[in-house]
Design a protein around this ligand. Structure first.
Ligand code: DGY
Length: 321
């Protein structure tokens, strides 16, 4: 008898077809996350779930899905899943690391540059028909990126991909990470390890690339923002909750820092409405890894992970060994 799998969100048809050759697949084809009760109901009797970071797998949900053997996240992050509860129940959790590093680094740079050079603001100005004088010496003055100091908090694979790109702009790169990199890696990346306070104080651009956990909750809050230069720009493409949104809205509103580029938010998609009124922040809807090629690769990897567990093999990307 075929094992049963739930795909919680709209994915590419070829992924559904491939899984359907091996498993009995139920697929929510929509881009709408399943409400918790619907997710619980649709998970009943399933052996595997292919899920996104918007699907919360906690103990009460797992208790209603005793047959579940694997949760395959289509994401590198897995803060949506209670890993300890899964391990206790023998549920394997997998993710998709490695395949989205460069795509996410690219979007981080897109936000950094858009905020530095006020691209979204200038675009809105042109579209609104406000561009009446052809050239203004003082139009949309922004910050230079080249030769500036970039501070990266979280120097894992994506942080390192962000650092590599800084070489093209002749930037000085500072970083802070739970563990300091090997000397050879620091040399290769041209990155200098510093304490967090110094990173905030000396960086023109602060990029947050730390995973969300209780330890990183509001890692960047009012106190940290107060240490930044008034000309500095903050970029978060990691996770909502790592930055304190209320503190950042306040700082941007009162020009405590110059700007921000944000792809992730606390409680997304219901972001702090304060952001919407601010011209000095560039907002994108959690699209860090959203290139066509990378999202397809992530889905393929998630399908491989799920298949491996349900066929009794070790999956390529096991989170809870
Ligand atoms: C990730 O891979 O964790 C991205 O944030 C997509 O969820």
């Amino acid at each position: 008898m075929k094992r049963k799998v739930l795909i919680t969100r709209g994915v590419f048809p070829e992924i559904v077809e491939a899984l359907a050759q091996r498993f009995e697949v139920e697929h929510n084809p929509e881009d709408r996350p399943l409400p918790p009760e619907e997710l619980a109901r649709r998970l009943e009797g399933k052996h595997g779930a292919m899920a996104t970071v918007m699907d919360r797998f906690d103990e009460p949900l797992l208790a209603r899905s005793p047959e579940l053997r694997v949760i395959s996240n289509i994401a590198v992050g897995y803060n949506n899943i209670d890993i300890a509860a899964c391990s206790k129940r023998g549920i394997r959790v997998t993710n998709t690391p490695g395949v989205l590093d460069d795509t996410t680094a690219d979007l981080t740079w897109a936000l950094l540059m858009a905020a530095a050079r006020r691209v979204a603001e200038a675009d809105a100005y042109v579209r609104a028909g406000e561009w009446k004088v052809a050239f203004g010496v003082r139009y949309f003055l922004g910050q230079d990126v080249y030769h500036a100091t970039l501070g990266i908090i979280g120097m894992g694979r994506i942080g390192q991909a962000i650092a590599r790109r800084a070489a093209g702009f002749d930037m000085r790169v500072l970083y802070n990470n739970r563990n300091r990199l090997a000397e050879a890696d620091e040399r290769r990346l041209g990155a200098v390890y510093v304490e967090r306070d110094r990173l905030f104080a000396e960086s023109d651009f602060v990029v947050v690339m730390a995973p969300y956990s209780a330890a990183t909750h509001h890692l960047v809050g009012a106190a940290e923002i107060a240490k930044m230069k008034p000309t500095a720009i903050l970029v978060n493409t990691a996770r909502g909750g790592v930055v304190d949104d209320a503190a950042l809205v306040y700082a941007l509103k009162h020009k405590r820092i110059a700007g921000a580029g944000l792809d992730v938010f606390e409680g997304e998609p219901a972001l702090d409405r304060g952001y919407l009124e601010l011209p000095n922040v560039v907002l994108t809807p959690h699209i860090g890894s959203a290139s066509a090629a990378t999202r397809m690769t992530m889905c393929r990897l998630a399908a491989d992970n799920l298949t491996a567990v349900l066929e009794g093999r070790t999956p390529p990307n096991l989170v809870n060994a």
